[in-house]
Write a protein that binds this ligand. Structure first.
Ligand SMILES: Cc1ncc(COP(=O)(O)O)c(C=O)c1O
Length: 461
């Protein structure tokens, strides 16, 4: 039977029955956490850097879904390209054809990445890309082991978890991959000691460690890692899932640090926040070591890799990035944002540092010195190490309509990573809101007592 014609379709409104089905069948603990934090709002629309709720709130997104919405929410050009793809009714995925848009996206990515990479493998998430990196590095070098940096975040599948720098994420999940080694981020001497054994297939690093607390690499570190990798026959891999696609003020952070990795992981922002995507850019030598004969033509793949919607969204996102010069914008506005944050927060003893590159920024807090605040702070920590940061984030959300988060592996660092399209006015609103909340934290006993009560309730909920 032929399909009905698209223009004849009348859509019934989707009837949602509130959050009960989610609580019943998906993840009730998540609902509870959002309730406790006062963040369980219903979003109806999003546009640029703003989120709109059903009760009329306009929330400024300073998290970007963990660096997904670089081009802003629902960028009209990316939406239009996706609608055109759907209207054209091409087969979005067959796994039985040559996907020309994948070729197009790969060639643009490799060209923009510069350096040594000339092939792309597509998948549907950052974790999946990391899995590919581990397999490809082993195939290419014939070596088993992988080195990663303490504090790193590379994803939650088993391979990615095996190179994650925080035991919390692995707890209860059993045996991970053998032969993975952590080194301190920034310590070339410890790395060289491991590389000398010539067992290491790849060193996998985030150029700027995001979840570890927006940790910038020490001067010359990444270039030194690259040199050591070349010396000992190890592949040098940068995970740019968060730092890529203009986020740090360059197309890739690799460019900022003048390195040419053997493999580059992309994900998140690559498809404009609208379709799942992941990618590994790699050298020809790596590609050939994996896909070296007809027998192995699809030795590593996954069902939705190269799907037409993700590829089209990727091409459209790169177009937006170029047309709107978003990387350059992130670079200049990032400097301005950090300058304003530093100036506004300089006098507060709990603010240790404001740091970042482009629109990937963090505010690090430290324990207070004054007795009364110190006691409250210690009480917070005793309830849960993340409580202080969560309260800060919650106040920003509830009182100032700012959405952000603390870093996943460093609870003392608040992220400030808005979409790259954020306006000057929105940026000033964000800075003023953070300053107000930090001021309340330093000046009002109620900040600490309210928060302590809430923290205790949360822990017993
Ligand atoms: C640097 C980095 N790599 C990989 C991942 C995993 O990506 P995904 O959540 O798409 O699997 C993340 C996720 O936050 C990440 O930050």
């Amino acid at each position: 039977m032929p399909n009905p014609v698209l223009s004849d379709i009348q859509l019934d409104p989707i009837e949602l029955n509130g959050q009960e089905p989610y609580s019943q069948h998906v993840n009730p603990i998540w609902v509870k956490l959002l309730d406790v934090l006062g963040m369980n709002v219903r979003y109806t629309r999003s546009n640029g850097a703003e989120l709109y709720t059903n009760d009329g709130r306009v929330i400024l997104d300073c998290l970007s879904g963990y660096c997904v919405h670089n081009a802003g929410h629902n960028h009209p050009l990316i939406v239009a390209e996706l609608m055109a793809e759907m209207k054209a009714q091409t087969p979005t995925m067959l796994q039985s054809n040559v996907v020309e848009s994948a070729g197009q996206l790969a060639s643009v990515l490799c060209e923009q990445a510069g350096g040594k990479v000339s092939k792309a493998f597509f998948c549907s998430s950052g974790s999946e890309a990391i899995e590919a990196v581990i397999k490809f590095a082993r195939a290419c070098t014939g070596r088993p082991d992988i080195v990663y940096a303490s504090g790193a975040f590379h994803g939650l599948t088993c391979g990615a978890l095996s190179i994650m720098g925080n035991d919390f994420w692995r707890e209860d999940f059993g045996q991970m991959l053998d032969g993975t080694h952590a080194v301190p981020f920034g310590d070339s001497a410890k790395l060289e000691k491991l590389l000398k054994e010539r067992k290491i297939a790849a060193v996998v690093l985030e150029p700027i460690q995001a979840e570890a607390g927006i940790i910038l690499p020490p001067a010359g570190y990444l270039a030194n890692v690259q040199r050591l990798c070349r010396k000992y026959g190890t592949l040098f891999v940068l995970d740019e899932a968060q730092t890529g696609i203009g986020r740090t003020g360059r197309f890739l952070a690799a460019e900022r640090y003048n390195v040419q990795p053997d493999m580059i992981v992309l994900a998140k922002a690559l498809s404009g926040g609208l379709v799942p995507i992941g990618a590994v850019l790699m050298t020809d030598i790596i590609y050939k070591s994996v896909f070296h004969s007809l027998r192995r033509a699809f030795i590593h793949t996954s069902t939705y890799s190269e799907n037409a919607l993700a590829m089209r969204a990727g091409l459209a996102t790169l177009k937006v990035l170029r047309r709107e010069r978003l990387a350059e914008r992130a670079d200049t506005m990032g400097v301005e944002l950090r300058d304003h944050l530093r100036a506004s927060l300089a006098s507060y003893e709990m603010v240790k540092e404001v740091r970042g590159e482009g629109m990937l920024n963090g505010i690090e807090f430290q324990a207070p010195r004054g007795v009364s605040m110190k006691l409250s702070f210690e009480a917070f920590k005793a309830i849960h190490p993340a409580l202080f940061g969560q309260i800060l984030m919650m106040r920003l959300f509830k009182e100032k309509n700012i959405l952000t988060q603390i870093c996943g592996n460093n609870f003392m660092v608040l992220k400030v990573a808005p979409p790259l399209v954020i306006s000057e006015q929105q940026m000033h609103h964000c800075v003023a809101a953070i300053r107000d909340v930090v001021d309340t934290m330093h000046s009002s006993a109620a900040f600490w007592s309210d928060a302590l009560n809430l923290g205790r309730r949360a822990m017993t909920a």
